[in-house]
Design a protein around this ligand. Structure first.
Ligand code: BGC
Length: 433
């Protein structure tokens, strides 16, 4: 479904353009009439941004967690004092880590959205450590937040702590990654994760024109994500299912023989881990001159490691297709430089907008359903899904946004024009949040 609502559009734009407004790059945008949140101002956005920026700069996630919450509370109490509709309610936002680029963006967008709407926020990052995330969420529960927005590090490890949230009457939104085996989750917000993988697979089909390959064969290797992340199998399956007909036919071959998710997974989506595994693959199966045509990587942090491995350890003279996901800054630079072929971009600024509108409805005692989409009138596609995501306790109603393929050819249209990134004169892109 697609809707259009100028207020909501401004809400997204007010977040993505915070930096641009501060830099005076888009004169006129700052004077737009107020969004449906009604409380957004350049000053409060700038305050929120500087909080996020200073916490990003502070290094280890663990120290950032407390300093960020402390800083958030002081900024937030200002906005709460000036805002009536959020009634001093506090939203606890738990992100996995600052070491993977996208979560810094998510944390900052979510924090800005809720603050601009007049809520207090507490934002924590848990250094990709499961125990720490449990402790951080316990801290948010102890602080009596009114709503929890959680992107899990390990989807299987939060059952107990979210049971505590439920007992305390705190509703939970699973953000981006489904949280398993708990009935404390009211909703799941993400992108269509299977489609992310399908887009990567289809990109390969199109680039190699596999439908017209005849007797030609191509070599492909897969790199998947973190087995602890429920999304990772969706991405892998989406790509694998799309390529399976060509693997079955023999048009695509996998010299390493590593074709299952378990064989291809990358703990914590770690770049160095992905690089080492790929160096081993190249050393074992390609050092005899075998040509690598495709490195199908589930996301950008793994694609970065794989591209490094190709650069250092691949003997061939062709440039293999490398896929990714997220639009991380270093990967976009690799796309500009021809070291990565595509990324699947997910506009996390919009994911934050959905989270705000869903959170607002939940905090006002509503029971949101598909109608939230029309009511909100978002300027982007989103579907309400009550079939795909079963977390072991039943289906979790989900709001799913739509990912897009970004290549060198469309990066300006998809990323720069909407205000998510700026482009330097040398052609490289930099995120605005
Ligand atoms: C997210 C991806 C991201 C990965 C690693 C997944 O859960 O959906 O966008 O690349 O985590 O951060």
């Amino acid at each position: 479904m697609k809707g259009r609502n100028k207020g909501m559009k401004k809400q997204v734009v007010s977040v993505v353009l915070t930096a641009a407004m501060a830099a005076g790059m888009l004169a006129g945008c700052g004077s737009s009439t107020s969004s449906s949140a009604g409380t957004s101002s350049a000053a409060s956005s700038a305050a929120a941004t500087s909080t996020a920026a200073s916490s990003s700069a502070s290094g280890a996630d663990s120290s950032a967690a407390s300093s960020t919450s402390a800083a958030s509370s002081s900024v937030a109490s200002t906005s709460a004092a000036t805002t009536a509709d959020a009634s001093g309610q506090t939203v606890g936002i738990a992100m996995p880590t600052k070491s993977l680029e996208r979560w810094n963006r998510d944390g900052s967008y979510l924090d800005d959205q809720f603050k601009d709407a007049g809520y207090n926020t507490e934002l924590v990052f848990s250094d990709n450590k499961i125990d720490q995330q449990v402790k951080d969420i316990e801290g948010l529960i102890a602080d009596k937040v009114d709503l929890l927005v959680v992107a899990a590090i390990d989807g299987e490890s939060l059952t107990q702590v979210l049971g505590e949230a439920k007992d305390a009457g705190i509703p939970v939104i699973a953000y981006d990654r489904l949280i398993m085996n708990t009935d404390a989750i009211s909703y799941y917000i993400s992108f269509d994760n299977y489609t992310v993988g399908k887009l990567q697979g289809q990109f390969v089909v199109d680039q190699l024109d596999l439908d017209n390959a005849g007797d030609k064969t191509y070599n492909i290797e897969f790199t998947a994500g973190d087995p602890a992340d429920n999304n990772a199998t969706f991405f892998f399956n989406g790509a694998y299912d799309t390529l399976k007909p060509y693997l079955d036919k023999g048009t695509l071959k996998v010299p390493s023989g590593q074709t299952t998710f378990d064989q291809c997974g990358t703990a914590q989506w770690d770049t160095a881990t992905a690089m080492k595994r790929f160096q081993n693959i190249l050393g074992s199966y390609y050092s005899d001159g075998t040509q690598l045509d495709v490195a199908l990587c589930s996301n950008d942090s793994t694609a970065l490691g794989v591209a490094q491995a190709i650069e250092s350890d691949y003997a061939g003279s062709n440039t293999p297709i490398v896929t990714g996901q997220d639009g991380d800054e270093a990967n976009l630079a690799n796309i500009v430089d021809g070291k990565q072929s595509m990324t699947v971009y997910k506009a996390v600024a919009n994911e934050a907008v959905v989270t705000l509108d869903l959170g607002k409805a939940m905090l006002s005692g509503e029971k949101p359903d598909a109608s939230l989409i029309d009511k909100s009138g978002w300027d982007f596609d989103c579907t309400y899904d009550t079939e795909s995501y079963d977390n072991g306790t039943g289906i979790i109603p989900s709001y799913l946004l739509v990912p897009v393929v970004v290549t060198k050819d469309n990066m300006v249209k998809e990323l720069v024009d909407p205000g998510y990134y700026t482009q330097d004169s040398d052609g490289y892109l930099h995120p605005t949040a």
